[in-house]
Design a protein around this ligand. Structure first.
Ligand code: NAG
Ligand code: NAG
Length: 287
């Protein structure tokens, strides 16, 4: 059962202990009891990229898109290991980006509909659907999407477009299905969950305003707001803050399940490091 119960752990700064060797500063501390330290690694500096990011886990390649002017977004391919960025040619407008974990295909959606790209064969295909402006894509056995400007949710099946039953008649900004086929979605009111075989949305959290969501490699659902990233825990449905970070717009995970986010000017990976070797910068400077 989905329970509407929330916890958020406020950051309490740990005291720096006496050290016999110099430590480095920690960029970001987890907001929970683990106080896990993360370092920020800038993968690309890119102004005005939309909020959907997706990683091809087989090759650890990040796909995102950037504003090419006149409201057109071009898909970009970032090799996470070498940080080399290339532009994928042939896609007209790629506002939304998604990865199919089964077929390893990438999907792009925008004002010209949906494209499917197979990175291994370098094969690009435009799916034939009329008058489709895509706001959001999610692929799990089917190609799910949100149409712009209605913000209604649909999927593509046998060359026809059908309503996502649970989300019919709802304005949704983003949605994902977890491994158990529960649906999670965000709109301007909050973060909601709908259990499989139900059509009753349950409000999981209404504050702060959620801007993006993603599922990690273990099937956990994350959501981001203007100043933090949250995780929806599995057993009891509660939403807790993971880290405080300003201006997060989009979220995804690399092949090792490291968090990658975008803000208005860059794409950053959070790399976990051992707590033993890193100071809290704030703590050290506060005396
Ligand atoms: C797909 O659509 C075509 C034409 O609308 C129909 O004849 C066919 O039976 C459909 N296939 C499936 C698997 O639903
Ligand atoms: C967001 O979704 C919930 C659940 O369907 C709904 O009650 C609420 O009115 C929606 N908010 C907006 C702004 O559409």
């Amino acid at each position: 059962m989905l329970l509407t119960k929330f916890y958020s752990f406020f950051c309490t700064l740990a005291m720096a202990q006496g050290m016999s060797f110099p430590k480095k500063f920690c960029d970001v501390r987890a907001d929970d009891l683990s106080k896990q330290c993360y370092l920020k690694e800038t993968l690309a500096a890119m102004t005005h990229s939309p909020n959907q990011l997706a990683v091809d886990k087989a090759t650890n390649t990040l796909y995102f898109s950037f504003d090419f002017g006149q409201g057109e977004y071009l898909p970009a391919v970032l090799n996470i290991d070498t940080k080399k960025v290339t532009v994928l040619k042939g896609v007209k407008d790629a506002f939304a980006v998604a990865h199919d974990p089964e077929t390893k295909d990438m999907f792009f959606g925008g004002s010209h509909g949906i494209y499917r790209y197979n990175p291994k064969q370098k094969h690009l295909q435009h799916l034939t659907m009329q008058n489709l402006d895509i706001w959001w894509l999610f692929v799990k056995k089917r190609i799910y999407f949100i149409k712009f400007p209605s913000l209604n949710a649909y999927y593509y099946d046998n060359r026809t477009v059908k309503h996502v039953t649970q989300l019919r008649g709802k304005m949704v900004h983003q949605f994902v299905f977890d491994y158990d086929d529960n649906v999670f979605f965000i709109n301007t009111t909050g973060l909601y969950g709908i259990q499989r075989d139900s059509d009753q949305p349950i409000l999981l959290r209404d504050y702060p305003r959620f801007l993006g969501m993603a599922m990690d490699n273990k099937g956990q659902i994350y959501a981001c707001s203007d100043d933090a990233i949250f995780v929806v825990s599995k057993m009891v449905q509660k939403v807790k803050r993971v880290v405080n970070i300003q201006g997060v717009l989009g979220l995804t995970f690399d092949k090792n399940n490291n968090m990658i986010y975008s803000n208005s000017h860059e794409i950053v990976r959070l790399v976990q490091v051992s707590n033993d070797n890193y100071y809290d910068a704030l703590n050290t400077l506060s005396i």
